[in-house]
Design a protein around this ligand. Structure first.
Ligand SMILES: [Zn+2]
Length: 267
C-alpha cells in the first residue's frame, strides 16, 4: 500500500501517526509525510528562513528514522489558507503518490493551520478521480480511504475511532522521532521548552520530561479506546497496551466495511 499523511506543521505527522507508520514500513508499505507549512514561527529565539531550514532538517531526520519520504511545503506557519491553489497542490500530491490511504487532521481544531489542512485534504477527495481536472497529473483509478488523526476536541463532535493501533512495540521509535525534533520539544527556547512550567534545568532532563508528557496523548488514547482495542487485539492483549494511535474514517473518499478498513492497519 501507499500511504500519504498530511500535517499542518513539521511535527504533526510524526506525532499523530509515527508509531503506526513504523509498523506500516515494517510490513513493507510506502509512506510519505507532507507538512503543508514550513513551521517558521513556533520558536522563541529563531524564526523565518533559519527556523524553516532547521525544521525541514528535523523532519528529514525523522523520515530517515522511519524509512519514509517527507516533504515540507513553503507556506508560512500560521498562514495556511483553504484556497483553490492549495487544494490543487494537495490533489497533485495525493495523485503523485498514487495513495491508497490519506491521513489528515480533523477540520475542527484550535489551530487554523490544522483546520485548513483537514479542509484542504477533505476537499481534494472528490476530484482525485476526475481525469479532466488538473490533467497534467494523471487521475487516480480508485478513490483512496481518508482518515483523521485522533484529537481531544469535543465540539462539534468528539473524535470517534474507526481503528486503534497499539504502538508499545514501536514506542522507542516514537521517542526517537520526538528527540529528532528539538526545535519543537527540547531546546530551551523551543515552543514547549519555553512555555511549559516546572521543567528540569538541564537539557536532557527537559527533553525527556517534554517527550514523556507528549506521549501522554498515546496513553490517553489507549485508555479512552480500550473497548476498541479489545475488539481488535482481544481483551487480554488489549489490557496490556499502554500506548496507542487512533484514526477515524472520513465520509469522503472510498467507503470500506469495518473489516476491510481494519485490515489496512498494522497490528
Ligand atoms: Zn501543528
Amino acid at each position: 500500500m501507499r500511504i500519504i499523511a498530511f500535517g499542518a506543521h513539521p511535527d504533526d505527522c510524526e506525532l499523530c501517526c509515527g508509531g503506526t507508520t513504523a509498523k506500516w514500513v515494517r510490513d513493507g508499505h510506502a509512506v510519505k509525510y507532507v507538512s503543508l507549512t514550513n513551521g517558521n514561527v513556533g520558536h522563541f529565539t529563531r524564526h523565518g528562513d533559519e527556523l524553516a531550514a532547521i525544521r525541514r532538517a528535523e523532519v528529514e531526520q525523522c523520515a530517515r528514522i522511519l524509512g519514509i519520504e517527507t516533504q515540507v511545503l513553503d507556506i508560512n506557519d500560521g498562514e495556511l489558507e483553504p484556497s483553490l491553489a492549495n487544494r490543487q497542490r494537495v490533489i497533485r500530491l495525493i495523485r503523485d503518490w498514487q495513495a491508497d490511504i490519506v491521513l489528515c487532521h480533523r477540520p475542527n481544531d484550535y489551530h487554523p493551520d490544522h483546520r485548513y489542512t483537514g479542509q484542504l485534504v477533505q476537499d481534494a477527495a472528490v476530484l482525485l478521480l476526475a481525469k479532466f481536472y488538473l490533467p497534467d497529473v494523471p487521475a487516480l483509478e480508485r478513490n483512496p480511504v481518508f482518515l483523521y488523526y485522533a484529537d481531544e476536541f469535543q465540539k462539534p463532535v468528539p473524535f470517534t475511532p474507526s481503528v486503534v493501533v497499539g504502538i508499545d512495540d514501536v514506542i522507542d521509535v516514537k521517542r526517537a522521532l520526538i528527540d529528532a525534533l528539538p526545535s519543537q520539544f527540547a531546546d530551551r527556547d523551543s515552543w514547549m521548552g519555553a512555555r511549559m512550567q516546572g521543567l528540569p534545568d538541564d537539557d536532557d532532563g527537559r527533553r525527556i520530561h517534554i517527550r514523556e508528557w507528549l506521549l501522554g496523548r498515546e496513553r490517553r488514547i489507549a485508555q479512552r479506546f480500550r473497548t476498541q482495542l479489545a475488539d481488535r487485539y482481544g481483551a487480554d492483549d488489549a489490557g496490556r497496551i499502554t500506548h496507542a494511535e487512533a484514526f477515524e474514517r472520513s465520509e469522503y473518499g472510498a467507503q470500506l466495511s469495518d473489516a476491510k478498513l481494519d485490515a489496512l492497519f498494522p497490528r
